[in-house]
Each structure stands twice: as C-alpha cells, then as structure tokens.
Design a protein around this ligand. Structure first.
Ligand SMILES: Cc1ncc(COP(=O)(O)O)c(C=O)c1O
Length: 391
C-alpha cells in the first residue's frame, strides 16, 4: 500500500509479508535469530551483499514493519526502532557525534535529554549550548565552528513552546548541520519535521504512538546516509526494540489518526473552556489565539496536540492541592494515554531546579500539565472544576 498517499491507509495497510499460513493480522516473530539456508547465504548476509534477518538485535520482521510504517508516515527514507524513547535520543546523537563536537539544543528539552547533554556527553568531550525558544534571533550566534547538530523539541515539554521548523531547516542548511527533532508531542499525524528540512526525527513511541500506556519504545528515522551510522551504532551497542513491543506499536499506528483527532478535539475544547476561569492565571495551548506562537503552530501543525497547560493562581501549594483533589484524572509519570493525566512539574519532575531555572523553561509555580485523553470531555472538565474548587 506504499502507493497510497493517505496517512490513514498507509498506517493501516503497510504490513510485513504474509506467511504461508495466510494470516490477516501480522504475526509475532519472537525469535532471537534466523536460520541460514546455506553457508554462502550466511556469508552474504554478514557481508551486506544480501538483505535479510540474521539476529534480532540487528533486525526482526516486527521491527521492520513498525519502522517501515513510521518512516512512510514521517516521510523518512530509513529508520531504527529502539527499546525506549531515550535510547532513540541517545543513539541519534551518539552515533553521529565525535569527541570535540558541539550540540546546540533548545533549552526546553525532556529531562533525560538534558542529562545526556549536561552529564553524560561531557565525559566523551562532546559539549553543548542551550538556545531559548522564544528568542530565535540569538540562535545563529550560538553556532560554533565545531557545532555538528541542532536538537529541538516542538511543541516543548511542558511549556508547549513552538519552534519554527522552516526557519530552523534553513539555518541548518546554511551552516551544514544535522537537524534532529524530537517529534514525540506532535506525532507524525500532526507534524512532519523532515518536510521542513530536518535530517533526523526521534520519537518516544511510549507516548501517543502506543497511546494506551502499555509499552516502552522509541525510533530514529531520517536520511539513508545518517541511519546507516545509527544502525551500525545500534547493532553493536544493543538498544533495539523488543519484537513484541514493535508488534504492539505497529498495531497502534493503525489507530493513530483517529486517536489524535479525538485527543486534539478534547484538548482544544478543554483549553477554550478553562480560559478565563477565575482561579486560572493563563491557559496555554498551541491552537488558542492567545498562544504566543499561534500562527506558527497553525502553519506547521495539523492540529494543536493533546497537551494543555494552565497556571493556577494558587501557585505551588495550589498545584499540589489540585492533584490531591482529582477523582478521575490520573496522577502518573506519563503522557499520551487514552486516560487523561495531570502533572505538576514544579513539585515533581522539575522540583530540583532553582525557581529561575524553572521560569527560564516556562514552568511557573502553579503550572498544571494535562495530557488530554479520550474520555468524554464533560467528565474531564467536571473533575478539573471540582478539584479547582477544593483549593
Ligand atoms: C519529549 C520526550 N522525549 C523523550 C522522552 C523519553 O521517552 P521514553 O520514556 O520512551 O524513554 C519523553 C518521555 O518520557 C518525552 O516526553
């Protein structure tokens, strides 16, 4: 079904080759290795003269189906499925960077990505600088002679800031850099960074791609040339996805479009209904006209996403009281689930930062992040309203 240009058809119909059992749904290939038909085939496979499976750390039909589908949906030439989103972030950088290289990253990236840049890479003499999402005019001056890659998340977590991918695509082309975009919040249904000039797109498939809070997984997709390096690194260091998770995630991609439509419809409506609430200082959602980068979001995203944030006037303690008063919304360290999840970054994920560091990445004291699920909107709203009243 590669000939169809339609997202929904590609997501449903791209499938591994049917076996002699004539199965309709793709089978699960739980095997560590694959049998060689002859000594010469074994030699040819190891010599890369023939394409085929050798060992599941390198490739497996379930992983190939998942990655082929994701590549098609992202407009990428090739890809590699990883055991987690962080494995994807790590190998997308570590496989291409060398000692002495420099990475320019947006300041608002996921916490573990910060740890890779701040704590782990300096051990290998790979340095970085952070650029502010709301000050694009400062980025070019931060590029150094040894800068090799720009790494960004858009929308960012949890501030929901939007970076102009077209502008960034032009900037990396001018300076001959690799643009690596963590597309976890938007998913390929809402945004395709490669269309704007990104060379690599990284995913935590744990979030909306699974969408049901079941498995951990990730992926790196991009140009053939770069993925060759990523695959070599992965083959010899071992962060590959389990075939079981690849099977789950390939099935999940079949329903991504319908799920994202509903997630985004619920989120947009929730954002509109919460805006102006007397206990809330502001609501942030990419498709609200009050979002500082509303026009940009409209340009590069199909819909506004499933994440909504709002600032409780009652501040830090108000945020904690709010979470303690929720009856239905889940309080858990995840997002992108059918179940609506609320978190309070200032007292949890970002509590170790100083207040000024939190403010620099848009985390105000009473900020609540809601990953809007697929429950009926009335029930999501009712729970949020009753919890606000208890503050
Ligand atoms: C934007 C973003 N990138 C990367 C990750 C890491 O993914 P994983 O937990 O699958 O390793 C997460 C979430 O955990 C995330 O929200």
């Amino acid at each position: 079904m590669k000939e169809s240009k339609n997202f929904e058809t590609q997501a449903v119909r791209i499938q591994s080759e049917r076996s002699s059992f004539r199965e309709h749904s793709a089978p699960l290939y739980l095997t560590s290795s694959f049998v060689f038909e002859s000594a010469d085939q074994a030699r040819a496979l190891f010599a890369d003269e023939e394409e085929g499976n050798i060992y599941t750390r390198f490739s497996n039909p379930n992983n190939s189906e998942f990655i082929e589908k994701l590549c098609t949906l992202e407009g990428a030439e090739d890809g590699f499925a990883t055991s987690s989103g962080m494995a994807a972030m790590f190998i997308s950088m570590a496989s291409l960077l060398r000692a002495g290289d420099h990475v320019l990253a947006s300041r608002s990236v996921f916490g573990s990505t910060h740890q890779i840049l701040n704590t782990l890479f300096p051990r290998f003499n790979i340095s970085h600088s952070y650029a502010d999402v709301d000050r694009p005019e400062t980025w070019e001056a931060l590029i150094q002679p040894n800068t090799k890659m720009i790494f960004v998340e858009t929308p960012s977590n949890p501030a929901l800031d939007i970076i102009d991918l077209e502008w960034l695509g032009k900037l990396v082309a001018k300076h001959n850099l690799i643009l690596n975009v963590d597309n976890c919040f938007a998913t390929p249904y809402l945004q395709n960074p490669i269309q704007w000039g990104a060379h690599l797109v990284t995913h935590s498939a744990t979030k909306f791609i699974d969408g049901q809070g079941r498995v951990i997984g990730g992926a790196v997709v991009g140009s053939k040339e770069l993925i060759k390096e990523v695959r070599f690194f992965a083959r010899h260091t071992g962060p590959s996805m389990s075939p079981f998770n690849a099977w789950v995630l390939s099935k999940s991609l079949e329903t991504l479009a319908v799920r994202m439509e509903k997630h985004c419809a619920n989120a947009f409506e929730l954002a509109k209904r919460l805006e102006g609430h007397p206990a809330i200082a502001y609501v942030k959602y990419p498709f609200l006209t009050s979002h500082p980068q509303y026009r940009l979001a409209q340009k590069q995203m199909r819909l506004g996403g499933a994440l909504v944030t709002f600032e409780l006037k009652a501040g830090l303690t108000g945020g904690q009281q709010f979470l303690n008063s929720l009856k239905m919304l889940s309080h858990t360290a995840n997002l992108g689930d059918t179940r609506t999840i609320a978190t309070h970054p200032a007292s949890t994920t970002h509590s170790k930062l100083k207040e000024e560091e939190r403010l620099a990445v848009g985390i105000t004291p009473g900020l609540i992040r809601v990953s809007v699920g697929l429950e009926h909107l009335d029930d999501i709203l009712a729970d949020i309203h009753q919890a606000i009243e208890k503050i």
